[in-house]
Design a protein around this ligand. Structure first.
Ligand SMILES: NC(=O)c1ccc[n+]([C@@H]2O[C@H](COP(=O)([O-])OP(=O)(O)OC[C@H]3O[C@@H](n4cnc5c(N)ncnc54)[C@H](O)[C@@H]3O)[C@@H](O)[C@H]2O)c1
Length: 473
């Protein structure tokens, strides 16, 4: 079905079903009327998780690809459908209570900010934005308007991550001076921008896909779907893909703000695709949980992390996990590193180094492990204590049952029950940190100095990458 045919068939259902139903439902049953921007791939997961909450009424669906839109519409035939999120928000304004943004990264901020300016709570996928200045703006608007917000880092609410946060904050390894974090994934592209133009598939509105980014000819297989992650104008490389998830717990546990310095040891990019194999060293100002300053090293790409004395496990193992040759890992929605065997370094994860030992946190759904002087230390007593004191309950390592909790937290908060745990006030700082590492990739091996107050680098040449021009589309 092409766009025109699809809209014609959808219009018949939507105009009849929406207006009276949604208004009635909100008053009587206090249902949250949700609008979803981007409903393919992760957007489909987001739609499923949000709509599994029994107080949600999906009233609007938007996608620039009619095949994805059509699939979502089959599941929610009462929802109105749109190709352009601006039309959706303008036409439906008062009939929408909350907006879910699951598009490629370059559209996160333009779509979210439009919704937020209309006072809508927003659930936005990670990383929060494509540019630093967008993150700052989203934090500011969320605060000024006191909006419920949540970033899509669903493992934030999982048992093992909450446990690791509490253990670190209880001082289980003393003040932390170094963190290593890694993923073998490789969202880079070492080639020139493709020349020429391919016919845009009938189902796709390429101009809307580009959105606020600059005009560019369509090329099959390079951008939509998914591969936009490799391209600087749209994605944020492996840092933006896996880094956000893996940074989240150490960042939260150590209560970090944005870094003082950033250096990315990688190949020079030609400005089109991201460099692969990034080793990004950050220096953060100290907090109550760290030494005076904290060193943080991120490694991505096949074979990562490299051999490092901080990463040697009891028994001498320095690697493990399940990596394919290209660095990919077997997973469900890009998250699961695959369980490392006993004594193996997980293929994705983080290691905290403190004054009283090391804490290994696999990504994900595995208990953190404490290591002191080359030996594992039994921390079952400490785990039981912090679990009990903080009502963590029993570990449930089932992604399907745990995943929706982060989304339901957002819905509940919109309905006035409780708060979200990854609001934009937190997600914005975390995303800014990620993006600074991405920008440092444009200046291989150069230490950049960053001022958190002004949100500017000392190195003037790097400041141009903190924001970007928006195209009228
Ligand atoms: N939290 C997680 O575990 C997780 C996992 C995967 C992806 N993600 C995030 O989800 C987002 C989407 O990733 P993906 O892998 O699904 O990408 P994708 O390219 O596979 O799918 C994006 C979807 O959005 C649609 N889309 C693109 N531009 C749009 C626009 N302007 N308006 C409406 N719809 C638009 C596409 O047609 C497609 O249906 C990214 O930000 C990614 O980082 C998060």
């Amino acid at each position: 079905m092409n766009k025109r045919e699809f809209l014609k068939s959808a219009a018949a259902v939507s105009s009849f079903a929406l207006l009276p139903n949604a208004a009635w439902a909100f008053q009587k049953g206090k249902k949250l009327r949700t609008a979803h921007i981007g409903v393919g791939n992760m957007g489909a997961e987001d739609l499923s998780a949000i709509s599994s909450h029994n107080a949600v009424d999906v009233v609007a669906l938007c996608d620039v690809d009619s095949v994805n839109l059509s699939k979502a519409h089959k599941l929610h035939p009462g929802a109105r459908v749109f190709f352009d999120y601006r039309t959706m928000l303008n036409e439906m304004g008062d009939e929408i209570d909350a907006v879910i943004v699951s598009t490629p990264d370059h559209t996160h901020a333009p779509a979210s900010l439009m919704a937020m300016e209309m006072n809508k709570p927003v659930y936005c996928q990670k990383p929060l934005t494509h540019y630093v200045d967008e993150s700052r703006k989203m934090m500011k608007v969320a605060k000024e308007k006191n909006l419920v917000t949540q970033m899509g880092i669903q493992v934030h609410s999982f048992y093992d991550y909450r446990l690791a946060t509490l253990l670190i904050q209880s001082g289980i390894i003393g003040k932390v001076h170094t963190v290593h974090a890694w993923s073998p994934k490789s969202w880079g592209y070492n080639g020139e921008e493709p020349q020429g133009e391919d016919p845009v598939p009938d189902q796709l509105d390429w101009n809307l896909w580009l959105g606020t980014s600059k005009e560019r000819p369509y090329k099959e297989g390079y951008y939509h779907p998914g591969n936009w992650r490799k391209v600087m104008d749209y994605g944020c490389g492996t840092l933006g893909d896996m880094g956000v998830h893996i940074f989240d717990t150490p960042y939260n546990a150590l209560n970090l703000d944005v870094p003082l310095t950033i250096k990315n040891d990688c190949r020079k990019s030609n400005g089109f695709g991201f460099p692969e194999n990034n080793t990004v060293t950050y220096e953060f100002p100290g907090t109550e949980f760290t030494t005076k300053n904290l060193k943080w090293v991120w490694y991505d790409g096949p074979g990562m992390p490299p051999k490092h004395e901080d990463l040697i496990l009891p028994g001498g193992k320095t690697s493990g996990g399940k990596q394919d040759k290209d660095g990919s890992v077997k997973d469900k929605i890009s998250l699961d590193a695959g369980m490392a065997g006993a004594g193996e370094l997980p293929s994705q994860g983080a290691m905290f180094i403190g004054k009283k030992g090391r804490l290994l946190l696999p990504h994900f759904m595995q208990l953190p492990q404490k290591i002191v002087k080359g030996k594992y230390v039994d921390i079952s007593k400490e785990i039981a204590e912090v679990s009990k004191a903080n009502n963590l309950g029993e570990p449930i390592r089932n992604y399907d049952s745990e995943g929706p909790k982060h989304y339901h937290q957002f819905v509940d908060a919109c309905l006035g029950k409780g708060q979200t745990t990854a609001p934009f006030s937190y997600a914005g700082r975390l995303t800014e940190t990620i993006l600074l590492g991405v920008i440092a990739g444009r200046f291989p091996n150069k230490t950049l100095h960053y001022n958190a107050e002004t949100a500017k680098f000392t190195e003037e040449e790097a400041n141009q990458f903190l924001g970007g021009d928006y195209r009228d589309f």
